[in-house]
Structures are given as C-alpha cells and as structure tokens.
Design a protein around this ligand. Sequence first.
Ligand code: LER
Ligand code: MN
Length: 279
Amino acid sequence: MSGFKYSYNAIVFTGEDFVTQVRRLSGFGYDAIELVGEPDWYDLAEVRQVTGDFGLKVSSICSMYTTERDLCHPDGARRQGAVDYCRRIADMAADVGAPLMIAAPSVWNKLTPLAPPDQEREWAIENLQTVGEYAASVGVGITIEPWNRYETYFINRLDQALELLAELDLPNAGVHGDMFHMAIEEADIAAAYARAGPHLTHTHIADSNRAAPGTGHTDFKPVLQSLRDIGFDGYLTMELLPPTADPFGWVKDGRAAHFKDPYVRQSIEYLKALEAELT
Ligand code: LER
Ligand code: MN
C-alpha cells in the first residue's frame, strides 16, 4: 500500500509570494498545494513553472463561495454568475493540472434558505450538474463539501452530500470530508469516511480547533486507519484557519504566522508518525 499524499491549503499564506509558499511545502515534504479559488490572485503560468521547479503538484482548487456565487440563489442572474465562477475554477484547475475543484451547493454563511428549500435543492442539483459536466470536459473532477451548521443550512454531513451526489449523473463527482466540520456534525468521523468509501475524493484535515493535527482533541489514528481501509487515494489536505470569524484579518496582520512554518511542519510530522503505525 502506497503512502498518503499530503497537501496544504494556501489560504493562510495569502499575501506571500508564490515561490515562498511552494518552497515551504516542498521543504517540509508535502506532495501538493491547494490553491485558493480566486483566479485573479495567481499568475497561472508562474504556478505551473514554480510547482514544476519544486516538484510539487496542485492537488485541488478550494472554491470560495461568497454571496455572489450561490448556485441555488432565487435570483437567476446570481445563479448564472455562480455557474460562470465555477467554470472559471474548473479552467483554473485544468490550467495548473489540478485533478479536482471543490464544489459547495450553496454559499458560506447562508444559514436559512431564501426560497423554499426543495426549490433551492433543485437549483443546486441542476447547477452542480452543469458545472460538473463542464469540469469533466476540461478533465477536472468536482467534490462536494459539507460545512457545519454555523456556515450553511444546506449540507452539513457526508451522508447528505452522498444523497445529493446520487441525484447527479456525473462520473467525475465525489464527496469531500472536512474534519473540522465533521468534528462538529458527525457522530464518528472514521465511520463517516468509511460509509463514503469510494465516493470520497478529497479531505480537509484539521484538528477539532481547526489548528494543526495534534493541537486539539480529535483522535486521528482511527480516522487515518479508516482512510487507509477504504483505499483513499486522494490528498490529505490541511485546511487550518485561525480561531476567529475574521481569518483574513489575522493573516494580514501577522497573527496567523504560526500557520506557516510551525503548523506546516507539525501537521505532516504528526500525521506521518501515525501513518507509520497503521495496519
Ligand atoms: C472551505 O473548505 C470550508 O471548509 C469552509 O469552512 C469555508 O468557509
Ligand atoms: Mn474545508
């Protein structure tokens, strides 16, 4: 059995030059970087060049679902804007050789529906289908990410994401389990991953406090064992964020400095040590 592949979400590196980001991840033994789904933040030719130089891959694009990008908004123009945004992200992924883009059926901080929930669900399915077909046409997969109840009213657990997936006709689609959300919403993270089985195509890894593995109260060993047992061959992607509703503020003013070298190093060392103990 080959080892896990490790990636790191670059959101906490925002503002840093790209070479520094890639050099750090490569230096600490990562296989890949997850880019922020803001195509205008990157020079994609530079991304290809620098990742190639350092032997790093782009694992995925973490789409950013702001209120303007709601696939199930009652305003048709807004829904179309969201589809257009997702198409740009699929193109971005294809341009940098990333196999996956993250898809969320609704947007961050939408805690109650703006239209009858069944109607919003229908729009979400219709538009995920459109986005997924486009992504397939450029060789990219989509992976559906549930968020906890304080970030969305819609899809909070992996079983709900699997139900949504079953309503799509997309061979390139799967589900994505973010351990921070799962620590809030799932009864048992390892069991939820096991139930997703071959449909699990991506993970966001974090401890219960959304900090580096080993700093909170999540028990990682059974979770990693579960991923090993289902033959998960996607990326273990750290998505670590500061303990605040204003993560970008912390990143900007330097309060998130420990999410760079210290957490980049601690995360992979902690997980690789546990990985070595798996059966
Ligand atoms: C994105 O990957 C995520 O997990 C959400 O919490 C974004 O707000
Ligand atoms: Mn996430």
